[in-house]
Every structure is written in C-alpha cells, then in structure tokens.
Design a protein around this ligand. Structure first.
Ligand code: FES
Length: 313
C-alpha cells in the first residue's frame, strides 16, 4: 500500500438531511479526517449511477451517497430509488472490486455525530483497500446519450482494471433499476410481420432476410423498455422483460429470436414475405392474388391494368 495514502472520497449529500448533518458536525466542532469532498444534491434521488461511475473513472478512491432516513425523503422516495441504484451498481461492479468502495448512508439533519462516524468508518475502509486502481486511467468520451456514456464508462473501468473476460451478471429483483430490458418473442405466435421492427424508436429490433429465411434479432444494449413493440404486435407475440445483462450490454451482443421461412414472389422470384404471415392472411380470407406477389410487382400489375383499361375506353 502507498505510504501516507490519503483517500479521496466523494460524498453526494442530500440538501435536507445529510448535508445539514455535515453542517451540524462542523458547527459542533466534531473532528473528521479531511479525506472527503461533498457534492450537495437536493435529494439522493438526483444521483444518477453515471455520477458515481464518473467519480470512479476520475480516480475517486471511494464514493458515499448520504441522504434522509427511509420515510423522511423530502421528495417522497428519492432515497429509496437511490438505494436501489446503489445496490444495482454494487452488483454491477462486484467483479471489479469497486463495490466495496461505494456505500449509502442515512443521516438526518440532527445527526452530526452519525455524519462524523460515517466519515471515520468509510475513510478507514478505504485506507485498508488502498488507492483506487483506476487512478490515472484515460477518461472516456461522453456518449451521445446516457446509455452510450454508461457503456463508455463501464468499458473504461473494465479495461482500466485489465479485465478481459467479463463475467455474466444480472440484477436480482432488489437490485433492478428501471430503463433496461429485453424483448422476448414467442416463436409460436410470431408471424414475422415486422411491426416491432418498424415501430421500435430505439432501433433495438432488426430484421434480416437471408437465404429464404427471415431472422428477427435484437440488441439488448439499447432497449429502454418503452414497450412500443408489445403494443404494436398484432399477434401478442412479444413481451418486454425488465432487467440488465452486463455481458450482453458490454459486448453489444445481438440475440437471435425468431427464424421464419420466406415465400417468393410468383412474378420476380424474390423472397418477400414470411410464410406464417401468408397463412394468417389466408385465414382472414385475403384474396390469394394479393399474397404471392411482392409490392413492386403488384404496383406494376396495377399500372399495366390501368393502361389496358384506358386503351380500351
Ligand atoms: Fe433527502 Fe430525498 S430529500 S434523500
């Protein structure tokens, strides 16, 4: 361990309780090590997981999130949401060893002593762990959205620690935070109509027509659980499951969900529609001549018919 190591701790403190608790500790002249810097937030619910990752990437040896006691949050449940995010991050960072460097505390405005104790305890913990292995790693670029920034920061952390093989990790019920999900298809029901693909605002779903087969795939990476795919699917064949898959996220894994046979256009011979979709259309008594001709050839047919009608007038 580094000689004379003085931890650098970032403490996100809510304005109404923990920050006031720190004030109380100061006013009461309670002695504390000068190892921490406070970032005041109106509520711990304001602390985005990205703030914490960014603190680590920038070389913080430890991060504290301190807020009101459960039931006392001035914004009803900000502290509970923060707790859930901390649990998520702790699980996410377990294989990096950083989860021990992160903690959430509850400190009320009158608990100056508790604030002092928190700083002493956490400083001691970090002293034992030593300096963060992420000191001096290159700070990643900000992404064009929060998801990309999360990806960049996580990748920088794993690479910075020299972790080549990322172990699979998925949050438990208690660790799960909203905003991450994955579309799950029922291959028995999916007819490959492409409504999910055409309506997904995040480009999560992809359709590939290759060698007479329609393949439906998705990126776990970008699903924000908006559930548009669920709403537009005419066959009720898709459900979005909430959750996060670290391995799939960091490796930008593409999941193959459904594979369906395609049918050729009787005129040009091009594959253009999935067989189950044609079957469905037959059930709905759509005229057969509309089912085996691709849209381009159908357009030509209609044009030719119109010309012949016009000539015979
Ligand atoms: Fe203190 Fe929400 S106001 S945690």
């Amino acid at each position: 361990m580094e000689k004379d190591f003085e931890p650098r701790i970032i403490a996100f403190c809510c304005n109404w309780c923990a920050y006031a608790g720190a004030d109380m500790a100061g006013v009461s002249r309670l002695q504390m090590p000068s190892t921490f810097r406070i970032i005041r937030v109106m509520c711990t619910g304001r602390v985005d997981p990205l703030f914490i990752l960014h603190a680590f990437v920038k070389g913080a040896d430890g991060v504290i999130v301190a807020g009101c006691h459960p039931g006392d949050c001035h914004y009803i449940s900000g502290n509970l949401k923060a707790k859930q995010r901390i649990e998520f991050l702790k699980g996410l960072l377990e294989q990096t060893g950083l989860s021990e460097r992160l903690e959430m505390y509850y400190v009320s405005a009158g608990e100056g002593n508790k604030f002092q104790q928190m700083i002493h305890e956490f400083t001691e913990r970090i002293r034992k762990l030593g300096p963060s292995p992420l000191r001096n790693i290159p700070v990643p670029e900000k992404g064009k959205n929060k998801r990309e920034t999360l990806y960049n920061e996580l990748l920088a952390i794993f690479r910075g620690l020299g972790i080549e093989e990322i172990k699979p990790w998925k949050p438990t019920e208690e660790q799960r935070i909203p905003g991450f999900g994955t579309p799950v298809y029922d291959p028995e029901k999916c007819v490959g109509c492409g409504a999910c693909y055409m309506n997904c605002p995040e480009g999560v779903i992809m359709i590939e027509d290759v060698d007479g087969k329609r393949k439906i795939k998705h990126y776990h990476w970008s699903c924000v659980t908006c559930r548009t795919c669920e709403e537009v699917c005419p066959e009720d064949a898709i459900k979005v499951e909430e959750g996060f898959d670290l391995e799939a996220f960091l490796n930008k894994v593409v999941h193959e969900d459904v594979e369906l046979p395609l049918i050729k256009c009787r005129i040009c011979g091009r594959f253009f529609v999935s067989a189950p979709m044609v079957e469905k259309a037959k059930e709905k008594e759509v005229p057969l001549e509309l089912l085996d001709v691709c849209p381009e050839c159908r357009q030509k047919l209609v044009g030719e018919e119109l010309v012949s009608i016009w000539r015979n007038m």
